[in-house]
Design a protein around this ligand. Sequence first.
Ligand code: HEM
Ligand code: HEM
Length: 185
Amino acid sequence: MAAQTRYSKIAIVLHWTIAVLIIGLIIFGLLMTNPNTPNRFVLYQLHKSFGIMVLLLSIFRLVWRLLHRPPALPKDMEKWEILAAKFTHIAFYVIMIGMPLLGWAMVSASPLPIPTELFWTIAWPDLPFIPESKDLEETFEFLHGNIGKLTIGLILLHFGAAMKHHFVNKDNVFVRMMPWVKKRG
Ligand code: HEM
Ligand code: HEM
């Protein structure tokens, strides 16, 4: 059997769906917390709805990933590069699940009675065991906001690495996540 050279279709669809959602959540998260932005309430509800979607998709993705081996990396990659990629990917899984949980914990701790309704249809409960507390809400808000900003750096690093593989090393690392780009060699 030929060696697997690309991620599976499911892994690729999940990667790009979650990538677009996370980049959108960061952009709209930063916009909606700016007092000059119009329709902020609508943006908050959409942010919470798409954020919970990321949580559910990422749990499924993590289970899928643990059950499926990714294609092998090019043999000429340095040890530090393999470690850096591993570290970034694990950090992304922590963020993909941790960020929505922090957001959910933040709105659960909030003393303000603002319900979370996914896309104005599904009433989403608060997390159990989180007491209403302004201090707790602010702690979760601090973590959610700062980890969100850190994620921007990680995405740039990840994007830069993918581009280096494609345009400098000219290997198949980028292609294995891009079904519509022709394989090399
Ligand atoms: C991967 C998923 C998520 C990402 C990447 C994300 C990212 C962000 C970012 C970058 C901000 C702006 C922070 C700031 O300006 O300091 C923000 C704010 C916020 N997020 Fe999320 N978020 C996610 C999921 C969620 C979820 C699931 C909820 C709630 C159910 C949520 C609730 C909020 C709230 C209430 C704010 C406003 C906080 C404030 O007023 O400072 N987020 N988010
Ligand atoms: C900005 C555009 C992006 C590009 C060009 C890109 C490209 C890639 C490529 C080429 C791979 C395969 C590399 C390898 O397996 O060594 C990959 C894997 C991965 N990417 Fe991205 N990505 C992007 C955005 C994101 C975002 C926003 C996230 C999540 C926050 C993300 C999370 C991941 C994860 C977790 C893997 C590892 C997959 C696994 O083995 O489970 N990516 N990405």
